[in-house]
Design a protein around this ligand. Structure first.
Ligand SMILES: Nc1ncnc2c1ncn2[C@@H]1O[C@H](COP(=O)(O)OP(=O)(O)OP(=O)(O)O)[C@@H](O)[C@H]1O
Length: 460
């Protein structure tokens, strides 16, 4: 795979010259055009010179994102519904460049093309898309990987209808899985190249070939890598960015952290960050600042994605993080100990409160003309208490997928050519916390007061 197994030392500002000037890459690939730019990367379409294989070259400008993405894709390299990492280039003073299989479309394009089709996406098509997402996500969770940025744009699709989870730059490998003992998991081991790379970076893991592999009872061993790469996540919670004491004199100051949370310096706190995932797909525990969440945050995102497949509009298109919570609460009802046991222990619970909702809309209103069975699937994922969310594995066994109309074969799926007309509203930006609301209810009045947790904001 990589000619040099050495991971370059972590540097605060790794900048590389243009990918076009990197001979180790251009000797093997012809770079054709740019196909996308994300928060931390530029992606190019290219072809392998030896056999004309179409590939995507993903140049990642952030050290930690690169490490996370390579690590997750190595671990999931045999999973059919995860994008395949062919090889990667990474040398000191250079950005990592990942060579990925080329995938011509994504689920966002499929949803928007279905919207334009008379009758929309057919039930059999929806079921096949859902099953592929579930199979990819189940493999992640079986391996203790939480993706943390699931959304239709990160579900890439090949021209022949194979859907693959992509963009693992925010993923994390949890120190244990919550799969119940006895649940059989597939064991994956690292390639020799990756082990050499890992051992050079983390000598304490040397010689422990499958230290992260899932054990017989489904529980993972302690993960030294995770501790080494964890960021100061606890300081970057979405609400904490405007609630810490240094914000007292300027409540907007802390929001600068929001846009740069992934570039925080590492420490060994082992906590996760609550500022992950694109807002529309972000679970409520993250919006309330949780730093000890599990793979259930992906299951919430999954519910949002499935709801969008069933009714081609985003389920909760919040214009700010507060608006995001408001939209969720207007649908599911008040967040209380009765509706979500343990919610009052969330770091930011009590720092923000909303006017009580007497008649929540309910998820049904977002899914007009859908069957009870379909609405029930969404309800199993979009629920406040993370432990109530059904796992990808369990959902794959749901009768929905074995009842008529059956999932269509891949060959019958309609895969549109990808265009660049995707929604912009999903993107996070500095200052979004107090962005304007477009929710029906709006925020007529904001009361700001100090309390034992720092301060509280009350909307009425
Ligand atoms: N294997 C691939 N084949 C084709 N296109 C790809 C591939 N990987 C990524 N892309 C495209 O490149 C763009 C950016 O990729 P990606 O989402 O992985 O990067 P990112 O920097 O992590 O983005 P984000 O800001 O959304 O997190 C996306 O539009 C995606 O569709």
């Amino acid at each position: 795979m990589n000619s040099s197994p050495e991971v370059p030392a972590r540097q605060s500002h790794v900048r590389s010259w243009s990918i076009h000037g990197r001979e180790e890459i251009t000797a093997r690939y012809e770079i054709l055009n740019t196909i996308g730019s994300g928060a931390y990367s530029d992606v190019y379409r290219a072809r392998r010179l030896s056999d004309d294989l179409p590939v995507a070259l993903k140049e990642i400008h952030d050290y930690q994102s690169a490490l996370r993405e390579i690590e997750a894709l190595q671990l999931l390299r045999h999973v059919p519904n995860v994008v395949h990492l062919i090889e990667y280039f990474w040398q000191e003073d250079e950005d990592a460049v990942l060579v990925l299989e080329f995938l011509a479309s994504d689920l966002a394009s499929i949803i928007s093309s279905g919207k334009k089709r008379e009758g929309g996406l057919q039930v059999g098509e929806i079921k096949r898309w859902m099953m592929q997402v579930l199979q990819g996500l189940d493999a992640c969770h079986q391996n203790g990987i939480v993706h943390r940025d699931l959304k239709p744009l990160n579900l890439l699709v090949s021209a022949d209808g194979a859907l693959k989870l992509a963009d693992f730059g925010q993923s994390r490998i949890l120190q244990d899985t919550r799969y119940t003992p006895g649940e059989k998991s597939t064991t994956y081991t690292f390639s020799d190249e990756w082990m050499a790379l890992k051992n050079s970076q983390w000598p304490e893991a040397a010689g422990n070939q499958d230290y992260r592999a899932v054990s017989e009872d489904g529980i993972k061993d302690k993960d030294p890598i995770d501790e080494n790469v964890s960021s100061k996540d606890g300081e970057t919670s979405c609400v904490a960015t405007c609630c810490t004491t240094d914000v007292d004199d300027d409540i907007f100051k802390g929001q600068e952290i929001y846009g740069s949370y992934e570039s925080k310096e590492i420490d060994d706190s082992g906590e996760l960050t609550s500022c992950v995932g694109t807002r529309w797909f972000r679970a409520p525990e993250l919006l309330y600042g949780s730093t000890s969440y599990g793979h259930e945050i992906d299951l919430w995102s999954l519910g949002c994605i499935f709801a969008e497949l069933l009714n081609p509009e985003p389920l909760f298109p919040g214009t700010s993080d507060i608006d995001q919570l408001s939209k969720i609460i207007n649908t599911l009802g008040d967040v209380t100990e009765a509706t979500w046991p343990g919610c009052s222990k969330l770091p930011d619970y009590g720092k923000i409160s909303f006017k009580p909702i007497e008649n929540p809309h309910g998820l049904e209103t977002h899914l007009p003309n859908r069957t009870t069975m379909e609405v029930n699937i969404i309800k199993k994922l979009i629920c406040y208490n993370p432990i109530d969310r059904v796992s990808a594995k369990q959902l794959l066994q749901d009768m929905y997928f074995t009842e008529d109309p059956l999932p269509v074969p891949l060959a019958e799926l309609n895969v549109p050519i990808k265009t660049n007309d995707h929604r912009d509203g999903e993107e996070d930006s500095v200052g979004d916390w107090f962005g304007e609301s477009d929710s029906d209810e709006g925020f007529a009045k904001m009361d700001f007061s100090e309390n034992e947790k720092g301060y509280s904001i009350k909307f009425s």
